[in-house]
Write a protein that binds this ligand. Structure first.
Ligand code: ZN
Length: 204
């Protein structure tokens, strides 16, 4: 796993442009494949995803958003968001972090509504109802297995990012009312995405 200061360095010295695929891109609709071996290639993709997440000011980025149909996600959820669940206590101090083959193995019956946005759905925000807490299981790049109950913004972000691995966007989970409100903007985005090869280049 890259330390925060390495990411800062990569970020500063970086002249490469990064792309995040937006709604309408085929890769965002696929069921992503499990990561079989943590190879150098996987480590490189993870390192680039951390930089891309930073450049686009995201708190999470799933590999399909970066053009790879792989079950890998990077997170950088702010520590100030901690609501005290075991997973937040354990994982927020370790941000930014990369996980491979993440799973949600249980959902709380209680649900909450929260506004979501997505780097693949730029400038569109809408409230989404999801379980309040999940039990999250994953492997780190170093091969460590983690399993925690996560709520708060982290629990929310985990659910959002793991949806990307199954070809879903938050816009697929809206109430009829919310879907109606963003429909025009989303259709426009999908058209732009198609004509510009589904790419969005950092303005930095
Ligand atoms: Zn997203």
């Amino acid at each position: 796993m890259l330390l925060r200061k390495n990411v800062e360095m990569l970020f500063k010295n970086n002249k490469k442009s990064y792309v995040v695929y937006t709604a309408g891109a085929a890769v965002l609709k696929e069921i992503a494949k499990p990561v079989a071996v943590v190879s150098d290639e996987i480590r490189n993709i993870a390192a680039e995803m951390l930089v891309a997440m930073r450049i686009f000011n995201g708190i999470g980025l799933a590999a399909p958003q970066y053009g790879y149909s792989l079950r890998m996600v990077v997170f950088d959820v702010p520590s100030e968001s901690n609501t005290g669940t075991p997973g937040e206590i354990a994982l927020l101090p370790r941000m930014p972090m990369t996980v491979i083959n993440p799973e949600i193995i249980a959902y709380s019956s209680s649900k909450t509504e929260r506004e979501e946005g997505c780097l693949s759905v730029p400038e569109i925000y809408a409230p989404v109802i999801r379980p309040e807490r999940v039990v999250f299981r994953a492997q780190t790049l170093a091969g460590e297995f983690i399993e925690y109950e996560c709520g708060g913004l982290l629990g929310r972000c985990i659910q959002h990012e793991l949806d990307h691995l199954d070809g879903k966007l938050f816009t697929d989970r809206l109430t009829a009312d919310a879907a109606r409100q963003i429909r025009g903007d989303l259709e426009r985005l999908k058209r732009i995405g198609q004509s510009s090869n589904y790419r969005r280049i950092s303005k930095k």
